[in-house]
Design a protein around this ligand. Sequence first.
Ligand code: SF4
Ligand code: SF4
Length: 179
Amino acid sequence: MTAAPPVPEADACSRCAESSGTCCTLSPGNEEYCFPLSGRERADMQAAGAGPGSFCAQANTQAFLDNICRLFPGEAAKIQALFPAGGEHDRLAVSPEGACLLLGPSGCILPRAARPLYCRLFPFWIRAGRQMYFEFKDCQALRESRGGAGLLKRLGMTEPGVFDLYHRLREAWGLSERS
Ligand code: SF4
Ligand code: SF4
């Protein structure tokens, strides 16, 4: 696999990589729950050095669909049209231990701007038009902060930036904005 050289990070994610599995590792057997990657995201990653082995095809299983539907409540019909039963989508490839193949000892080896939008947004999300974050016990930034403002700071993010990433993710995944 061709990959970009490691990019030093001075934020919580690099401390996370040194102390825990980070959000870049899943439990083996849960690969189908990994978020989908759009062609645009793959192209940005490849331009930054991610090789073809960084991605793999994943069947649109019911468990995958249920998980995406939970992320976008009330949008099940759109999601089922985007990810039809019997079809497949691309996701990040992971090691037998569940680690993303782009995870280095100090965090993601891709520059932040070239990472998948979901990676850049996590642990933040938008629900009913409001910013929220997922409680993930292994998140170093969450452990170091006491909520939204501290979390944003530790991840080098801003609230407008979170909204912008969320809307870009929706567009990349083919989800039109809700009226
Ligand atoms: S692409 Fe980078 S940020 Fe996303 S899961 Fe892989 S290592 Fe983590
Ligand atoms: S977002 Fe949280 S869980 Fe993910 S790498 Fe950064 S500190 Fe770790």
